[in-house]
Ligand binder design. Structure first.
Ligand SMILES: [Fe+2]
Ligand SMILES: [Fe+2]
Length: 286
């Protein structure tokens, strides 16, 4: 594992959305909008990661882990902004995400935000719950990152190269920093019951928010006469390779809950680093 360690740094990214069509997976609004949900969840979600980790920093007693967490914070701040920058483009195309993002903002800022707790045990408990939640969510960001780096079917179907580059740059950084959140959780707490409980909350919430987000986009898409979205659509796209497959999603569950889990067992750092070296967007849009 030590040989795999990469110093984490935020990259200056540049993406230009002018040429990206509304249905950037050609002829497949369901796949387009299922992936578009990332632009709804990540700006608020990753801002929340940063906010929580800034509170966790003083408790870290390991210098290398502290460096990793600082690098992680830098990367997540850029991710959040890069996905936020897609929203005006969606608005220009007649798809206003504000009603949905307002709910997501409330969720992260109010429900999962700082509570007025006295300093001491209660405050520490709430911080540890959130650190554990982030570790569980990062299991899925790494899963999705690894998936998008290998989703060649999207290229074959002519998906927009700019959007694919945004997703793969982000996915590659998720693979690159995939161990940080789990190691921070293990360093500060590591309790198995907390890991299992927060996994259930993270997984259930992600599934709930994701299917609502897909429906929201489908129903508000000005170009769709038949805005239906179902689990069968998701399952079929997974089989076709344009979305993660349902069996792969289900198989990822016992891996996170295994007592011998470590994120380094997932994904491929060399592949991520190679993508980041070649990505136009991650190198300033060259
Ligand atoms: Fe991220
Ligand atoms: Fe991440």
């Amino acid at each position: 594992m030590a040989s795999e360690h990469v110093a984490l740094k935020a990259r200056k990214v540049a993406f230009d959305w002018q040429e990206t069509p509304l249905h950037w997976v050609p002829g497949d609004p369901f796949t387009t909008h299922t992936i578009n949900v990332l632009h709804l969840l990540l700006p608020a979600g990753e801002r929340w990661f940063v906010h929580v980790y800034q509170q966790a920093l003083p408790y870290i007693t390991d210098d290398r882990l502290r460096e990793d967490v600082i690098g992680f914070i830098g990367q997540e701040a850029v991710h959040s902004q890069a996905h936020d920058d897609v929203l005006p483009h969606l608005r220009r195309q007649g798809l206003d995400p504000t009603p949905y993002t307002a709910q997501v903002d409330w969720f992260f800022e109010k429900l999962l935000g700082d509570r007025t707790l006295p300093p001491g045990r209660a405050r520490r408990w709430w911080l540890m719950e959130r650190v554990a939640l982030i570790a569980a969510i990062e299991h899925y960001t790494a899963f999705l990152g690894d998936w998008i780096l290998n989703a060649e079917e999207l290229d074959r179907r002519g998906a927009d190269p700019m959007m694919l580059d945004l997703l793969r740059w982000h996915g590659a950084e998720e693979v690159e920093h995939r161990s940080v959140a789990f190691e921070l959780f293990m360093h500060l707490d590591g309790g198995y019951r907390r890991r299992a409980r927060t996994w259930a909350l993270a997984f259930g919430t992600l599934v709930f928010l994701w299917q609502r987000g897909t429906r929201f986009f489908m129903e508000n898409d000005p170009g769709l006469l038949d805005p239906k979205a179902s689990w069968a659509d998701f399952y079929r796209r997974g089989r076709a390779g344009v979305l993660p497959s349902t069996p792969a999603v289900l198989r990822s569950v016992p891996r996170y809950l295994s007592r011998s889990y470590h994120p380094s067992q997932e994904g491929d750092t060399a592949q991520a680093v190679a993508y980041l070296a070649a990505s136009p967007g991650a190198n300033g849009g060259r």
